[in-house]
Design a protein around this ligand. Structure first.
Ligand code: G3P
Ligand code: CA
Length: 243
């Protein structure tokens, strides 16, 4: 059986409210080897884990994450929208996730959500936190904002970066190499078998997202990817065991 990274997208987000500590803890229980999460900045500059730039969908509040302080964000309920069993789950900080994985060999894929809101100083803050927690070897910074990843690489050459993209790219591995990224995170329909092997030959790994259907997981594994980002880490564990 070829081992690949099993990366829980927003934690075990099929069975728990996304981007909550419950979702991260459950992902580890289900056998994930990595956790993907989304990073935004509070009004007072704290790194918070929430997918949307606005609070309505998952935290039931109006307005933007960027306009709420850390204390105000921490009072919001990020669990009830998913199921009443999770009422009171909160929006975690990045420090809370770092604390959870301390001493564990878990890959942390931090997606910088700095495409819509141009969070000033986000890169510096994420890098500082990663260094403080001594997680440089475990963290992979990804973003659809490739300029931001170039900035990260300049500030912290020791931390890996990975390019997120939705559409097929021409020779994505050459583009990644130019940006000194060591990961390609394509949308599942943008992943190409030839690119996966050509990327690996340059030391660049491919982790497609978000792959939840077992047949699609199999197709990605047959393509030779080195990891899969999924809402269903347990399904991927079973799929790999059946191989
Ligand atoms: O890591 C890939 C994936 O998380 C990007 O899309 O919208 O789920 O953050 P989204
Ligand atoms: Ca994400």
């Amino acid at each position: 059986m070829t081992k690949i990274e099993i990366i829980a997208h927003r934690g075990a987000s099929a069975v728990c409210p996304e981007n909550t500590m419950k979702a991260f803890e459950r992902a580890l229980e289900l056998g994930a080897t990595g956790i993907e999460t989304d990073v935004q900045l509070s009004a007072d500059g704290r790194l918070m884990l929430i997918h949307d730039e606005t609070l309505q969908r998952t935290a039931g509040a109006s307005g933007w994450v960027k306009d709420y302080t850390y204390d105000a964000l921490r009072t919001l309920d990020a669990g009830s929208w998913f199921h009443s069993d999770f009422a009171g789950e909160s929006i975690p900080s990045l420090d809370m996730l770092f604390n959870l994985v301390q001493g564990k060999r878990i890959l942390l894929n931090l997606e910088l959500k700095n495409g819509v809101v141009p969070y000033k100083g986000m890169e510096e803050r994420v890098i500082q936190a990663t260094r403080e927690w001594k997680l440089e070897q475990q963290v992979v910074l990804s973003s659809f904002n490739h300029a931001s990843l170039v900035k990260c690489k300049r500030l912290a050459p020791e931390i890996r970066t990975a390019l997120l993209y939705m559409e097929k790219l021409y020779r994505p591995y050459d583009y990644a190499a130019k940006l000194e990224a060591t990961g390609l995170h394509p949308y599942k329909l943008a992943a190409e078998k030839e690119d996966v092997s050509a990327a690996l030959a340059k030391g660049i790994v491919t982790y497609p997202f978000t792959v939840n259907d077992p047949a699609e997981m199999q197709r990605m594994m047959d393509m030779g990817v080195q990891g899969i980002i999924t809402d269903l880490p347990d399904v991927l564990v079973s799929q790999m065991a059946a191989k």
